[in-house]
Design a protein around this ligand. Sequence first.
Ligand SMILES: [Ca+2]
Ligand SMILES: [Ca+2]
Ligand SMILES: [Ca+2]
Length: 351
Amino acid sequence: MGRLLPFLLLIALISGTAAADSFYLAVDVTSDLGGANFTPWNVARNDSSTYSLELSLPDGTPVNGLHRMDGGDWLLSLAQPADLGGLTFMSNDVVRYDPINGSYSVYLDGEALGIPAASRIDAVFLEGGDNGTLVISFDVRTELGSDIFLPGDLAEYSAGGFSVVLNGLASGLPASANLSGADKHGGAFLLLFDASVTLGGNSYLPGDIVRWDGSSFSLFAADPNWPSGSRARAFCMLASPGDVLPGLTMTKVTGSPKLQLTWQPSCSTAAEDYGIYEGTVGAWTSHTAIDCFDDLNDLTEIIAPQPGSNSYLVVPYSVNAEGFYGATRGVGIRTRGLTVCVTEQDLTPCP
Ligand SMILES: [Ca+2]
Ligand SMILES: [Ca+2]
Ligand SMILES: [Ca+2]
C-alpha cells in the first residue's frame, strides 16, 4: 500500500483535483472489472476505477450487503443462504467475518428479530463507527410489527426494534426503486440501486453510486467502463483512518540536527499511511504537513526540524481522508494543519 498511495496522490496532483474516493464493492454476476474477473463472492476494491481483490469468500457465498469495520472485520449479508464456518446464515441475517482468524459469527439474527425469511437484507452499514448504529435495507416490502419498510428505505436497529432513517418515497425515490447498497460518508448517504433509476431529472446506472445529502441527488462515483449486464450488488466505503495510539517519541539522530520520530499504529486498520506535522510550540494551530509518507511502513521517520521550538503530530490517513490529529486522545480535537496530506477528514471515533 505504501507505494500505491504516492501513485494515487501523484495522479491527484497532476490532474489538479482530489482523487475520487475509494470504496469496496461486490457484483451480482462474474464481471470483468478493469481487465480482471470478479465473482459475486469476491469483494473488490475500487481506486478510481482500478480494481483489486480485497476479500474472497467461499464459492457460493454471494455478497448482498457489505460494510468494513474500523477494527478490520467485515459485516455481510448474503443473497442466498450459506454455511460458513459451521454456521448456517440466512439472507435475513447479518454476518460478521473476522479475516484474521477466518471466523464467522452472527451479528444480527433475522429470524430472532421477526424479519420474514423472504426479506433479504440487501444493504448494511454502521453509522458512527464500530460501536455505532446498524442500518439495513430490505429487498422487498417488509412488515415488522406495525412498521412497514419499503425496498427503497433504510432502517436502523436500536433498542430491539427498527425505525426508518431514510424514507425512500419522501426523499423522492420512485416507489419501484430498491436500494441495494448504502453507506454514510461526509454527512451524506451514498446509495446504490439494483436497476437504472431517474432522480431529480438525472439517470443513474446499476453500477453508479449516488449521493443524497438530504435535499438533492448527485453522482458520487461511476466507472465509464462498467460492464453492461452487471450490477454492483453491494458496496461500502473504506473504514475510517482513526487516531494514532499514545506513544509518540522523538530522538536526536547522532551527529546530525535531524530528529527521529517513532509512533504507535492507528486504532483503525484503515490507516494506510501517516502524515507528520510540525508546528511551533505555543502556537497550537500552526502545524503544517512536512512529510506525508511513512517510508517502509515502519512507523518511524527521520525529519529535518525547522529552527526554533517545534511540536510534532502524526496523523493517520487513507486515500479518502485523514483521521484525528494528535498522539493522544483526551486533549480535545486539534484543528487541521495549515497544509494537509489529504483534503477530507473523517473523525469517526476509534473502536
Ligand atoms: Ca445489496
Ligand atoms: Ca433495499
Ligand atoms: Ca518510515
